[in-house]
Design a protein around this ligand. Sequence first.
Ligand SMILES: CC(C)(COP(=O)(O)OP(=O)(O)OC[C@H]1O[C@@H](n2cnc3c(N)ncnc32)[C@H](O)[C@@H]1OP(=O)(O)O)[C@@H](O)C(=O)NCCC(=O)NCCS
Length: 197
Amino acid sequence: MSREPRTVRPVANQRIDLVGTRVGLREFTRDDLDGVYRIVGDERVTSHLAFDARTRDEAGSMLDEIMERARAEPRSEYHLAVTAKGESTSDEVVGFVRLGLTGVRAAKLGYAVAADHHGRGYATDTVRTVLGLAFGPLQRHRVSAAVGPDNAASRAVVQRTGFTREGVLRDHVFTNGAWRDSVLYSLLVDEWNARRG
Ligand SMILES: CC(C)(COP(=O)(O)OP(=O)(O)OC[C@H]1O[C@@H](n2cnc3c(N)ncnc32)[C@H](O)[C@@H]1OP(=O)(O)O)[C@@H](O)C(=O)NCCC(=O)NCCS
């Protein structure tokens, strides 16, 4: 029988600062409002997310709430800013990634990249980098991602990073004025370790 730790205290009070191949992942600050609004205020991005496009004020409130949850102890959410390493404005937010700790050593994954930066491999590198946090210091056993059935770009990201399709969550989110299914994908720690050789 496998012996699993009963309680896990993941990186308490630690500010996250991670470097991938193409992106950096760091904590949000209030200075990130412009970057956040470029993402969550843009219907090209939010049409694939579980919420509708936000106004600038709403984006500010969202940012405040993210920063407040980042200070919670114990911390149950890692909602991080994605920056692009190779670009001249390399500390500017070009995306976000969210790991919500849940269940029995599980986490839910979400992410988005600003529309002007799509197709540069940022989401793929973001997911690979944050999985290192999830399966490393945060000791997750399972990470799941719920992807809209028509979201081919996001499907490409989870498939390339090793996730397995599990099934369909019916009427999973209410967005753009209608209920929408999601396709659920998951990755387990052993699969992650096997891919890393
Ligand atoms: C999904 C998303 C994060 C991908 O970001 P990205 O930085 O462009 O992703 P990457 O560049 O790492 O990879 C995207 C892949 O999808 C492919 N792709 C893009 N659009 C596609 C489409 N319509 N059909 C098929 N594949 C597509 C790209 O070609 C790329 O694959 P490649 O590198 O083999 O060419 C971005 O499109 C986005 O923010 N979408 C809106 C929000 C969202 O959907 N979030 C995820 C919710 S589950």
